[in-house]
Design a protein around this ligand. Structure first.
Ligand SMILES: Nc1nc2c(ncn2[C@@H]2O[C@H](COP(=O)(O)OP(=O)(O)OP(=O)(O)O)[C@@H](O)[C@H]2O)c(=O)[nH]1
Length: 378
């Protein structure tokens, strides 16, 4: 007695693909548009569902319809799935080579069904085409810089399935010629069930990839100010705390620049809130241009910003602050708004972030009191 009937596996796999098409479709509607590829994955699953049904209908439909076109649909589904992954990673798909591959496979499948009927010929054609599509899909994911668990799992599933396809190709040279797609031979059962598992596991790992991406985007949103894209106050607190611990461990110095735009209220009153917003965004751009890659910039309040400069002495911080002051005072296409800056460094062993911040704040107050558009040291 056979434990597994290939036709049942194909029917189950086809129904599962139909369900996954619905899941991807719902996710596409719910997820932010920044997460691309879900639409393609949904279409791919739908194509697997139709292709699988055609495959399972073998015997009830003429062979010329059920065999070559079901293989063509499965290959088309694999390509559309790959296209979805390309879009997910923000890479523009280049369909031409795959269109050639799919058409060639269809012609060969028709040839080995109608002109020169050969199960081996059909199987070898589909194995090679599928191995190329699965393999290229896996290779593409491995080329991406992000090595998340979801990405690696997807690449692993696709890579293993590509190898199984190649192994199946090799076994066509050793098995009896009367075998067919619905044969219950061990190699055929492994082949059919591995394909069904590949589709299921691909769906799971693709959902994992999108969830990881969504979490990363949410994290980014949570730690950035939506107007200026500077870091939030809470995140700056965290970064400054850990930088201070590092300084204490290695004996480094760090500097905080507390910056406040001068008479910013006037900009709003004279030019309107929207111009005021643009001035804030431009200000952040100017500061970022003056900072190094390892420096961090956060928005502390309305027009108040804090820069963290790791491994920076008081003199170096003063030079950076001077640069920022000068670039703000230069005329440009937005209303000019100068800045006052208070500087403090981790001068005492018992310093905490709050104590350095309080000194930077007091220095800023001093800069304002001394006439604005200037820097002051704690
Ligand atoms: N356009 C805009 N204005 C903001 C935003 N956040 C805070 N403000 C404005 O910033 C102004 C800050 O005004 P004040 O605290 O009086 O400070 P100032 O006018 O800069 O004066 P000094 O700091 O003493 O030089 C207020 O008018 C706030 O409404 C924002 O996101 N966009």
């Amino acid at each position: 007695m056979n434990l597994i009937d290939p036709r049942t596996v194909i029917i189950l796999s086809g129904s599962m693909s139909g369900l996954m098409a619905l899941v991807f479709y719902i996710l596409q509607r719910k997820y932010p548009t920044s997460i691309q590829g879900l639409g393609d994955w949904s279409v791919a699953m739908l194509i697997f569902c139709v292709g699988g049904s055609l495959f399972a209908a073998r015997g009830s439909l003429p062979d010329v319809l059920s065999i070559p076109f079901s293989v063509f649909l499965l290959l088309l589904g694999l390509y559309i799935g790959y296209r979805g992954t390309q879009r997910f990673f923000g890479v523009a798909p280049r369909p031409a080579p795959f269109a050639v591959l799919l058409l060639l496979a269809l012609v060969l499948e028709l040839w080995f069904t109608v002109v020169e009927p050969s199960y081996q010929g059909r199987l070898r054609t589909s194995n090679i085409a599928m191995a190329i599509l699965f393999g290229q899909h896996a290779r593409f994911i491995l080329q991406q810089p992000a090595r998340t668990f979801g990405n690696m799992l997807t690449a692993g599933v696709l890579g293993i399935t590509a190898v199984i396809q190649l192994m199946r190709f090799v076994t066509t040279f050793t098995e009896q010629p009367d075998y067919n797609t619905l044969s219950t031979s061990p190699q055929n059962l492994v082949y059919i069930t591995s394909f069904a598992f590949a589709i299921l596991l691909f769906s799971i790992s693709a959902i994992l990839m999108t969830t990881e991406r969504l979490l990363t985007e949410m994290e980014q949103l949570a730690i950035h100010d939506p107007l200026t894209n500077a870091l939030t106050r809470r995140h700056m607190h965290k970064l400054c705390d850990s930088e201070l611990s590092r300084c204490k461990r290695h004996g480094h110095s760090m500097a905080l620049l507390m910056m406040d735009l001068d008479h910013f209220k006037r900009i709003n009153d004279l030019y309107g809130h929207q111009q005021g917003d643009l001035v804030l965004v431009a200000f952040v751009g100017k500061i970022n241009a003056s900072l190094r890659q390892q420096d961090q910039l956060g928005r502390f309040g309305g027009e108040e910003f804090l820069a963290l400069l790791p491994q920076t002495s008081q003199q170096e911080a003063e030079m950076v602050a001077q640069r920022i002051c000068e670039s703000c005072a230069q005329p440009h296409d937005l209303p000019v708004c100068t800045v006052s800056i208070g500087i403090a460094t981790n001068a005492h062993a018992a310093d905490s972030f709050d104590s350095i911040l309080a000194r930077a704040d007091a220095a800023l107050y001093q800069a304002k009191a001394n006439g604005r558009n200037r820097i002051a040291m704690a």
